[in-house]
Design a protein around this ligand. Structure first.
Ligand code: GLN
Length: 300
């Protein structure tokens, strides 16, 4: 049997080829906490580093380490990702929520009209992070719909929405549908929505060479990459939904976007919806890049 201290040091060494020392130490701590179902304070203060780990715990840790050594993201190995200070369930098949998307959720929640929004649609919900945060925190929300095309993502989002319902009684309705098919169907809801949000796939395939193995080998390309020939295809499709009457006059559209195409995205949306019908502003993320768009829809 080995102590926590011994296992922690051995784990850091194993992770050294993949991770910087400080990150390897942090990951080692997270893995051991996960094994023991402990939080940091418990691990350090209550348990102490001389506690022995059982052979079953070592076997579990070994399995996690093999996955990390093959560059699999920590969030998949732990089955959990932090979003707005809470833990969401994630697994291979779904995009791991990014800090930018947390920023988008916060921008939406801080908007002056946020307290009046009742009905929302999240296009391409993935893990469900945006719909989950809005359903949880918008005070008047009574209908949240999350659209998703991937069956794997659907089952992961379903688990997050199930936990949300258990915690707070807030419900999100999952809709297994393809955005482009929805646009083709041309069937806007009888009562239009107050809010449409989306973090669609927006990386151009030519940007792949700058991406890490953690992302490229493990995260779903369907959720990452825009079509090579029409990188704005998801945005123009969402614009079509607005034009078809999915959003009520006075309603808000919030999008995460690729800073490389920020101006084009804004121009394309205003062209589709009508520049007389809407106002759209680009908003910078915390690293100073144009990453978000907020469009206010005036009239049909
Ligand atoms: N934000 C993702 C990333 O940086 C890109 C895809 C997306 O979120 N829509 O990897």
């Amino acid at each position: 049997m080995e102590t926590i201290r011994q296992v922690e040091e051995a784990t850091i060494l194993r992770l050294a080829p993949e991770y910087e020392p400080a990150e390897a130490r942090e990951i080692a701590r997270r893995l051991i906490e996960d094994l023991r179902g402990l939080r940091r304070t418990d691990l350090l203060l209550l348990t102490g580093k001389d506690t022995l780990l059982s052979p079953e715990e070592i076997t579990k840790l070994e399995a996690a380490l093999s996955r990390l050594e093959a560059a699999e993201p920590l969030q998949y190995v732990l089955g959990s990702a932090t979003f707005l200070d809470e833990e969401l369930y994630v697994a291979p098949g779904v995009l791991i929520p990014r800090p930018e998307t947390e920023e988008l959720a916060q921008l939406i929640l801080q908007h002056t009209e946020a307290s009046s929004w009742r009905r929302l649609l999240d296009v391409g919900t993935g893990s469900g992070c945006l719909a989950w945060a809005l359903a949880k925190h918008l005070p008047q929300l009574d209908q949240a719909i999350a659209l998703e095309v991937s069956s794997q993502a659907i089952s992961i989002a379903q688990e997050n929405f199930r936990r949300l319902y258990e915690q707070s009684g807030r419900e999100v309705y999952l809709w297994h549908e393809d955005l482009f098919a929805l646009v083709e169907a041309h069937t806007p809801p009888p009562t239009p929505l107050d809010l449409i949000v989306s973090n669609p796939p927006y990386i151009h395939p030519s940007e792949a060479e700058d991406m890490t193995a953690h992302v490229l080998l493990y995260e779903p390309h369907l959720a990452l990459f825009a079509p090579e020939e029409s990188p704005l295809a998801y945005y123009t499709a969402i614009g079509q939904l607005v034009r078809q009457g999915y959003l009520r006059p006075g309603g808000s559209l919030w999008l995460e976007l690729n800073p490389l195409y920020a101006e084009q995205t804004r121009t394309a949306l205003l062209y589709i919806i009508g520049s007389e019908q809407a106002e759209a502003e680009l908003i910078k993320d915390m690293s100073g890049k144009n990453r978000f768009l907020h469009l206010t829809y005036h009239s049909a």
